[in-house]
Write a protein that binds this ligand. Structure first.
Ligand code: HEM
Length: 120
């Protein structure tokens, strides 16, 4: 069985040194192909970590190009395709307030409450 990847798995591979794209619900690691792409690397970088299906089809890639894809196939997409908002959603998860921050907020609230009680 082929390996399954979610949108979250795909969207973190969004840089020149590590680039995946989704085309027709299949996941491709095109890191090694970047410099060889006849259409240039910029268009690939714009689709890094995203669903490139529409862009890929719109260009009208040849059958050769479609055959080439097989070399980069690493698995199938499970669930909804990655979008720009999956990217920011994943980044937000990385920036989640830590436990320490939560405790600090609680402590400040507690001191505030104590002061309020003291002065009343
Ligand atoms: C990721 C897998 C991709 C593969 C394997 C691939 C492969 C190829 C190949 C072999 C060509 C030469 C023409 C042809 O045979 O059709 C080509 C051209 C081109 N590709 Fe891709 N491509 C990929 C993705 C993309 C994406 C996502 C875009 C656009 C966002 C794109 C934009 C272009 C453009 C604009 C050309 C035309 C270059 C020209 O004729 O001057 N490609 N691609």
């Amino acid at each position: 069985m082929s390996k399954l990847y979610t949108a979250d798995d795909v969207c973190i591979h969004n840089k020149r040194s590590d680039i995946w794209v989704v085309i027709h619900n299949k996941v491709y690691d095109i890191t090694k192909f970047l410099e060889e792409h006849p259409g240039g690397e910029d268009v690939l970088l714009e689709n890094a970590g995203l669903d490139a299906t529409m862009n890929f089809d719109d260009i009208g890639h040849s059958d050769d190009a479609r055959t080439l894809l097989k070399n980069f196939y690493i698995g199938d997409l499970s669930g909804a395709p990655p979008t720009k908002s999956t990217e920011s959603h994943t980044l937000k998860q990385d920036n989640n307030p830590s436990m320490a921050q939560g405790v600090a907020v609680f402590a400040v609230a507690l001191v505030g409450f104590a002061a309020y009680m003291y002065f009343n």
